[in-house]
Write a protein that binds this ligand. Structure first.
Ligand SMILES: NC(=O)c1ccc[n+]([C@@H]2O[C@H](COP(=O)([O-])OP(=O)(O)OC[C@H]3O[C@@H](n4cnc5c(N)ncnc54)[C@H](OP(=O)(O)O)[C@@H]3O)[C@@H](O)[C@H]2O)c1
Length: 265
């Protein structure tokens, strides 16, 4: 029987990912979309086609075999799964792509599995413009058979690469995501310092960007620096809100402190 997929969370990442799922995954059945703010899901559904909007999270989960979620933060994930766990979810597979700390991921994985369903944690690396291009790096962890079931939706659909942690407990993927955020934060910090240095010395950010673009292995620096000097972080609807960046930084620092790791930068 054809697989029915639902996607929970039609934010910036969810919009980009679902556009690629509908466009490239050859879904036999229309993708079910659910978003807390329903209108956002409705508008997005009209844009991408081959999808329909569920009015409640329960309605989305009830009809689906695979339920993929990408929600703002831990609170959103916890609240959404509280709702889901009130239902009969036997036989369903949950694929969770939000950024959540390992303990919370492991707790939800356990609860979902005890309820007779499968759980794969799969945080992603790559901001929304990369997600739009289907160039995310996906980190799935959980039972091998479950990870195998979701592989057809990764490379060539939403992802350019998969860091496969199948067979590991789900929280290991969250751990890699949080540790990996250090790379993003230090890259942004380096770009910010170079750009300020270039402006204050009269070199100018355009000239600094020429070096950044041509520097070996500088793809990430190019992305963040281009956004910085184009003012993407100043726009009304920011690519990354400061409060989200602070939240992510706090997660990293808490985890580091709990493990006696000193992160000086
Ligand atoms: N943006 C990035 O660069 C990036 C990169 C990699 C990974 N991620 C991760 O991907 C996830 C989503 O990020 P995003 O950039 O798509 O965020 P976003 O644009 O702010 O979207 C957040 C989504 O979560 C929903 N939401 C918020 N609170 C909720 C709640 N209490 N209950 C149910 N739904 C709730 C929002 O619904 P409404 O529309 O109703 O507000 C929206 O659909 C995050 O965990 C983030 O860490 C982001």
């Amino acid at each position: 029987m054809a697989t029915q997929m639902a996607f929970l969370g039609i934010g910036l990442m969810g919009q980009a990912m679902t556009k690629n799922i509908v466009g490239k995954a050859n879904l036999e059945k229309p993708l079910i979309l659910w978003n807390r703010t329903q209108q956002r899901a409705q508008e997005h559904s009209s844009n991408i086609g081959h999808s329909l909007v569920a009015t409640t999270v329960k309605e989305a989960v009830f009809s689906a075999d695979i339920i993929w979620s990408c929600l703002q933060d831990q609170k959103a994930v916890t609240e959404t799964f509280e709702e889901i766990l009130k239902m009969d979810i036997r036989g369903k597979l949950f694929l969770e792509s939000s950024t959540v700390v390992p303990d919370v991921t492991n707790r939800i994985a356990k609860e979902v599995e005890e309820a007779g369903a499968e759980f794969v944690a799969m945080p992603v690396f790559g901001e929304p413009s990369l997600a739009e291009k289907g160039k995310l790096i996906c980190v799935p962890a959980g039972p091998e058979a479950s990870v195998l079931r979701i592989k057809p939706y990764l490379v060539g659909v939403v992802a350019q690469a998969v860091i496969d942690l199948s067979g590991e407990e789900a929280g290991k993927a969250s751990l890699l995501k949080i540790i990996g955020n250090v790379l993003i934060m230090t890259t942004m910090e380096a770009c910010a310092e170079i750009n300020v240095f270039a402006e204050k010395t009269g070199l100018g950010v355009k000239n600094a960007q020429k070096l950044i673009d041509n520097f070996p292995h500088a793809a990430a620096h190019t992305i963040y620096s281009t956004k910085m000097i184009n003012g993407d972080y100043y726009k009304e609807e920011a690519m990354v809100e400061v409060k989200k960046a602070r939240h992510l930084t706090a997660q990293v620092l808490e985890l580091a402190k709990a493990n006696n790791v000193s992160l000086k930068s």
